[in-house]
Design a protein around this ligand. Sequence first.
Ligand code: NOJ
Ligand code: MG
Length: 529
Amino acid sequence: MTDEYRWWQSGTIYQIYPRSFQDSDGDGVGDLNGIVSRLDHLVSLGITAIWISPIYPSPMADFGYDVSDYANIDPVFGSLADFDALIAAAHARGLRVILDYVPNHSSDQHPWFIESRSSRSSAKRNWYVWRDPSADGGPPNNWISEFGGSAWSFDRASGQYYYHAYLPQQPDLNWRNPQVAAAMLDALRFWFERGVDGFRVDAIHHLFEDEDLQDNPPNPEWLPTMSPARSLIRTRTMDQPEVHDAIIAMRRVADSFPGDRVMIGEAYLPITRLMAYYGVDLGGFQLPFNFHLMSTAWNAAAVATLVETYEAALPAGGWPNWVLGNHDRSRVASRLGPAQARIAAMLLLTLRGTPTLYQGDEIGMTDAPIPPERVRDPWEKRVPGLGLGRDPVRTPMQWGEGAQAGFSSAEPWLPLPPNFEPTTVASQLRQPTSMLQLYRALLKLRRSEPALSIGGYRAVSADENVLVFERFYQERKLAIALNFDDHAKQLSVPGGTGRVILSSHLDERPSLEDPVELRPSEGVIIDLN
Ligand code: NOJ
Ligand code: MG
């Protein structure tokens, strides 16, 4: 199909949260060999690439997002040999492998930070962001950590504070120091040489802070029920202009390797500001993650406006992408409910742009209840009771009805929800209209229809809470109609005649219909040729 498109444009990305995907060695934590044993599920699902959240050595203060060695594998996940075997097994099945890259901060146990904090005259002092206390002995300014509390921690021995956008155990690297940039780019090379197909770059909008350490202004819209970090408008700590040169440097490393390597940026930013992350002449990220489907009001008009705004904002040649869920956000089936989660699946897999799925969403997993004594997420521990904790969306993948849902032979690190049995891969494979069957059908269609994977997009209407749009490629034309309501709707087929080729209810429809009768929360894909 159509050589001028890259795999990361026509394909679909699937996020694996490795601690919770599949445990192979009975310690209750997922691992690399576990992933290998489940690759066939992903092949039959129809995805193109896996992105694996961090698997590097880590004290696990933030479950892998605190890296203590950028060029190795944490023993809980396996070894470098296991990793090489995973790459080989994935590539043999035609699956690409994307790793997570955490450039903003290391672990406080990384040898670089241990050396940096050892004294003010350490050769690596300037590898992190150290500052003197303010006049009253307190932190240098008002900056707040994403996980609550001051973003500065005091080091008694050397008498200075260090900056951390996240936990005190995650000191920010100083990317203004060229030695830091060079060492961190070497980490990318290490994995590209081992055959990885790309990176998802963590927290990129935090890479630089204002050099003069000016205070962030207060946020008048903040309420005590919101994350403490939101009490300030983070104008001095996020999205600073220097970030773009760093991204260009990362992209150059990716481009220096043969094959189509991809760089994906994680930045929670308004659409207008997000566009800068494609870089001048598209020399930045190929895919700056677009998270806006997770925060937009769930109705046809709001989604239509979002798609139109996003499409219009894209730079010339910039490729779109869409995300419905990840390991940080409430699951789509909990946000929208089971019926609309099917509409969301059809939307994600029929919009123009690379879709990213989060593990478990393909079977409609919901946020799991976490008893207080099982809480693991440091955010929940530091800022309890506001619903900020991410444990509910990180519980084990539900493979089968048996003990531990087939995830492990031991008690998993996070609990399974009660009554998970209908929401497993095994049970949904037996059920012809399950969520899993819907995802498989949608991905199969997307793979066989260039109109869906690489074709153009045309908005049609968003009346009466039904979103209608067209996708087309050469002579081929499809219409997608999504009923965001729980009432039936009548839809006049664009162009007057068509044939429903897929309903989100996964049952047969009359071959030619006009008008099409849309059932409550039903989406259809209509062949207009
Ligand atoms: C974003 C990651 O997705 C999140 O899980 C992590 O806690 C922070 N970045 C810090 O690395
Ligand atoms: Mg294990």
